[in-house]
Design a protein around this ligand. Sequence first.
Ligand code: CA2
Length: 143
Amino acid sequence: MADTIWVINGPNLNLLGEREPEIYGHDGLAGLKARCEKAAAAHGVSLRFEQSNHEGEIIDWLHAARISARGIILNAGGYTHTSVAIHDALKTLKVPLIEVHLSNIFAREEFRHHSYISPLARGVICGLGARGYELAIAALVDG
Ligand code: CA2
């Protein structure tokens, strides 16, 4: 478990590849998962990759990972900009957190510029698409 990196994806990311490819790219969630698994294997760590449209399920995964994971990569989707409940769960983490977004949230609407996640993250990567997840895995392995 201490060698497991959790990748947690929030609402609507199950629709990746189906709409707005100019923002989110052409790859679907399965392709993103495959890239993360390949990166984790190359670094000798195991990976748990999840997606949910439900805030409580995301919080349950954060609780499950909060002490024993190698680290957590979180793309909370739209909850990034709204969720005090996810912010509160992140406050209890004993392991490093990296916030990732496929798109550059600062080049988009003003309401995407604020994140309830960023103050609790070791680092934030946005605008690099799936590459951002691979970089986050490398950063967690580096420690
Ligand atoms: O850029 C990101 O990764 C986001 O976290 C994606 C969220 C958005 O609310 C954040 O501001 C930035 C939305 C994910 C929606 O994903 C879709 C994928 C395909 C089609 C429609 C939505």
